[in-house]
Design a protein around this ligand. Structure first.
Ligand code: FAD
Ligand code: DHB
Length: 395
């Protein structure tokens, strides 16, 4: 089969790219190695920058987000005995939206399928060939076991951190910068009304804890755990006890409820550059991973894809190479900004391991940073403009 853009991966990056291309009359085919049910049920991000909301709105996939999403104008930072609010609007004039990635994915799948988008679900053995020539191809085995081949003008690698696209680029032309953190996040989705109006990020001697939400009756909460922890060791009781201990503050109580999902996610910062090799372009987690503390991963994916979609349309419809040639350099600027912010938030809010020889020094740095960021107007503005994604304009 033939198409203009072959897209590997049907996560937020791949789905949004196909939507942008379709709006400009460019044809694409998506291949996804998981089932549609699996992709629809996957629980991940929740915080969307205002610029990312604008992109989703511009391409017609944000109607439900505008109806059901929650605008948040600030966030709480906490340490034992103190909880402080950073007001985003006062600090930098912008807000964020709380709306699950699961819902964004569901909305985009519905819209793409109604539009006749070809998506191959449940494929295996995805491989990208001849990306450094004018005739790239993607091959795979479809859900029925038949070998398939897509000839395309361009290939978009939107297949996340564990995908095949990045690996297709020879090691000799790739540079990887990476940090693996000595902790992980245990996340739960719970059927209980949020105990807070805005997100709480808390540092506690037992480790970091966070309170987010999905609706007025569903909460999303996270705990710092050791990266070797297994979810089976964490009963609901143990999780709720740890959450209420770490987020305790006088006059406030954490409501608990049945958990709908729980899982543990390792934390790393990872950037592979360049984001282009010949006719293969990487976007989202396929090219970079940030620790979740700054809520940047999905937002970066949306910014990459807006940039890549616009560049592909400009080449395919108008014959202009300019944006495609700048894609990797331009995208990496935002990638590094978000990588820095997530690393900074992560370092400020997580307990270093007992074995870290600099532990006592790092703890002192954390408290100094937390006090600074909650008292200095300049420091608050720095956090607010990074958190809301307004340091750099969206492409
Ligand atoms: P993915 O979502 O990983 O999608 C890639 C797709 O490609 C998947 O569907 C995968 O199955 C498919 N695929 C993989 N390999 C192949 C193959 N060989 N062939 C075909 N298909 C393949 N980000 C935020 O911005 N805000 C947050 O609040 C936030 N919180 C998070 C909380 C947690 C617990 C986690 C884990 C992540 C969080 N993130 C957050 C990050 C965000 O979820 C990711 O950055 C986002 O999913 C990236 O989208 P993507 O489409 O690039 O990659
Ligand atoms: C959520 C995830 C994050 O990584 C974060 O920093 C804030 C909120 C969430 O899932 O709601």
């Amino acid at each position: 089969m033939r198409t203009q853009v072959a897209i590997v991966g049907s996560g937020p990056s791949g789905l949004l790219l196909s939507q942008i291309l379709a709006k400009h009359g460019v044809e694409s085919v998506i291949v996804e190695n998981r089932s549609k049910d699996y992709v629809l049920a996957r629980i991940r991000a929740g915080v969307i920058e205002h610029g990312a909301v604008d992109v989703l709105t511009q391409y017609g996939v944000a109607d439900r987000l505008h109806r059901e999403g929650m605008r948040h104008d600030g966030v709480y930072l906490q340490w034992p005995g103190e909880r402080h609010r950073i007001d985003f609007v006062e600090s930098c004039g912008h807000s964020v939206w709380v709306y699950g990635q699961t819902e964004i994915t569901k909305d985009m799948i519905e819209i793409r399928e109604a539009d006749g988008q070809q998506i191959f679900w449940d494929v295996s053995d995805t491989a990208i060939h001849d990306a450094d020539t004018d005739h790239p191809r993607v091959t795979f085995v479809d859900a029925d076991g038949s070998q398939q081949s897509i000839e395309a003008d361009y290939v978009a690698g939107c297949d996340g951190f564990h995908g095949v696209s990045r690996q297709t680029i020879p090691e000799s032309v790739r540079t990887v910068r990476e940090r693996v953190y000595p902790y992980a996040w245990l996340g739960i989705l719970a059927e209980v009304a949020p105990s807070t109006d805005e997100l709480i990020y808390a540092l506690h001697p037992d480790g970091f804890a966070m309170h987010s939400m999905r609706s007025d009756h569903v909460s999303r909460l996270y705990l710092q755990v050791h990266p070797d922890e297994v979810i089976e060791s964490w009963s609901d009781d143990r999780i709720w006890t740890a959450l209420s201990t770490r987020m305790a503050i006088d006059g406030w109580e954490l409501r608990s409820g049945p958990t709908l999902e729980k899982s543990i996610t390792p934390m790393r910062s990872f950037v592979s550059a360049p984001m282009r090799w010949g006719r293969l372009f990487l976007a989202g987690d396929a090219s970079h991973i940030v620790p979740p503390t700054g809520a940047k991963g999905l937002n970066l994916a949306i910014a990459d894809v807006k940039r890549l979609g616009t560049a592909l349309v400009s080449k395919i419809n108008d014959g202009s190479d300019a944006l495609l040639d700048r894609y990797s350099d331009d995208a990496l600027e935002r990638v590094w900004l978000s990588t820095h912010f997530s690393w900074w938030m992560t370092s400020m809010l997580h307990m270093p391991p007992d074995t870290d020889p600099d532990r006592e020094f790092l703890l002192q740095m954390q408290m100094t940073q937390l006090k600074y960021v909650t008292t200095s107007t300049a420091a608050m503005t720095g956090l607010a403009e990074n958190y809301t994604g307004s340091v750099l304009p969206y492409p």
